[in-house]
Design a protein around this ligand. Structure first.
Ligand code: GLN
Length: 514
């Protein structure tokens, strides 16, 4: 097994025992990125020199016998939606192409404190709005299992870099499925924590009542390691709940005795491709053979999850994205050109005697806002802003936004009732495996429907994990989803690890990327 194929846990052990230096590890992954990322395009930015410097410092401190953090010397990739101090943080958008935040996100700070080596920023759908990484201003990421196919999204780069062994661990975010869905499409493990488990300070906001940061890794064991480092309360984020962080990386090895699994009836019904259904059923049989009892449960309102999500998320996005006005942040249109244009227009109208129209022309400031946003945002982001603005406008608020909040409560209640009967919910992550780039790009509704099994967890605030459970006949990975009650990430991780001890789906690597 080559260095880059080792698990995070194995790498950490070798680093600790001095069999590998942080520089050796960083170099191996950087070389791997150099040779593969031209075709995968998982990264927006990799700073080789900075990564090697971080690694050198860790080696130096280890040589001096200084105490080191829990991830000392381990490379971690960051979705480019997390602020990194002084370094470009683009959010996959032209709007923030040259934005350098003056501070680190709390998660980034915790990773630095744990002595992880931050290896690069990964590609994503623009502002995390999408399910295929195709709305990125920087171009799409390819699925390491098949070039020309989507890695999923919006954390497509985060999933692809782990699948292609360009990083052992990466950080993603999940608002409606953006960790779990790309994890499923790329054959890796991805966990969306409970709302409030991980601080979002320094995470560029998409939909604030839904966004969560979480780990992507090769296995539940590795995901546990990363979650343990990033979880916990934060005075800078009032939604980050200050409750103890269990030692996930230790707990993950304890199998769940007497596990009661609930098969979500609505998630194994119409719309699900046969191959995915079969793989999920086989996974359920694996759990049975491990001693779990299995019963059917219902989330009766889950068929409204996508519709509810696509009112709530755009509404919040339309508000969150109001700050990109060309003044506070990022891109600004060419003002001089705009002023010249306005002046010429005004003169022309005056000369034609159309004084009222000349009077009614936008002020340069208003025109600057308009044009900055027209040029800085891509089509999907504009669509979300328009949907959200519409749903929140007087006259439509009650019919759309308020109604969506009421349905959200019903979905939340469904989960509560289900968790009175079972310990974990089990089902598919997505209705189909990865699709070809371009296939759904011009059909937003088809793209949105991919979120039908994932959006519910965000609306209800519960944690969910995606783990590999098989392949389609033509060789694309299939994901299995487990969901748990709030703050039961340890249960999710233990349940996932049990499965990974009994199967080897998570160990398979794409041939052309090895
Ligand atoms: N696919 C969903 C969307 O487009 C989810 C995105 C996410 O979780 N960030 O909104």
């Amino acid at each position: 097994m080559t260095l880059v194929e080792k698990s995070a846990a194995e790498l950490l052990a070798s680093l600790r025992e001095g069999q590998l230096s942080a520089v050796e590890v960083a170099t191996a992954f950087l070389d791997r990125i150099e040779s593969l990322d031209g075709s995968v395009h998982a990264f927006i930015r990799v700073d080789r020199q900075s990564a090697l410097q971080q690694a050198e410092r860790i080696d130096e401190r280890r040589r001096r016998g200084e105490p080191l953090g829990a991830l000392a010397g381990l490379p971690v990739a960051l979705k480019d939606l997390l602020c990194t101090r002084g370094e470009p943080t683009t959010c996959g958008s032209r709007m923030l192409e040259n934005f350098r935040p003056p501070y680190d996100a709390t998660v980034v700070r915790r990773l630095r404190e744990a002595d992880a080596v931050l290896i690069g920023k990964t590609n994503l759908d623009e502002f995390a709005m999408g399910g295929s990484t195709e709305t990125s201003y920087f171009g799409p990421t390819h699925n390491p299992w098949r070039h020309g196919y989507t890695p999923g999204g919006s954390s497509g780069g985060a999933a692809a870099c782990v699948a292609a062994s360009m990083a052992p661990l990466s950080i993603g975010t999940d608002t409606g499925g953006s960790i779990r869905q790309p994890a499923a499409f790329c054959g890796v493990t991805g966990l969306k924590p409970t709302y409030g488990r991980v601080s979002r300070f320094g995470l560029v906001a998409f939909a604030s009542s839904l966004d969560q940061i979480g780990p992507l890794a090769r296995s539940a064991e590795d995901a546990a390691l990363l979650l343990e480092t990033i979880a916990g309360g934060d005075p800078a984020d009032s939604t980050a709940v200050d409750r103890p962080v269990p030692p996930y990386s230790r707990l993950v090895h304890q199998p769940l005795e007497g596990l009661r699994l609930g098969v979500v009836r609505e998630h194994l019904a119409d719309g699900l491709h046969d191959e995915i259904a079969e793989a999920v059923h086989r996974a359920i049989d694996v759990y049975r053979s491990l001693g779990a009892t299995v019963q059917e449960v219902s989330l009766p309102h889950s068929r409204y999850a996508v519709a509810t999500y696509y009112v709530v998320a755009p509404s919040e996005a339309s508000s969150n994205l109001a700050r990109y006005d060309g003044v506070h942040y990022g891109y600004r249109t060419d003002e001089q050109a705009l002023i010249r244009e306005l002046e010429a227009q005004r003169k022309r109208l005056e000369a034609e005697g159309r004084h009222e129209q000349a009077e009614a022309l936008d002020s340069p400031l208003v025109k600057m806002y308009r044009r900055t946003r027209a040029e800085g945002f891509g089509a999907e982001v504009k669509r979300r802003i328009m949907i959200g603005t519409y749903a929140l406008s007087a006259g439509y608020y009650d019919a759309y936004y308020l109604k969506a909040l009421k349905v959200r409560r019903l979905i939340h209640n469904d989960y509560r009732a289900a968790f009175e009967q079972v310990d974990l919910l089990i089902g598919p992550v997505t209705p189909m495996a990865a699709f070809a780039l371009g296939e759904k790009l011009r059909d937003p509704l088809a793209m949105y429907l991919v979120d039908m099994y994932t959006a519910g967890a965000n609306l209800a605030g519960v944690p969910g994990i995606s783990i590999p459970c098989g392949f389609t006949a033509d060789g694309l990975p299939i994901g299995l989803q487990l969901q748990a009650p709030p703050f039961e990430e340890q249960r999710l991780l233990r349940g996932a690890h049990m499965f990974q001890q009994a199967t080897d789906w998570h160990l398979r690597r794409p041939v052309d990327a090895s």
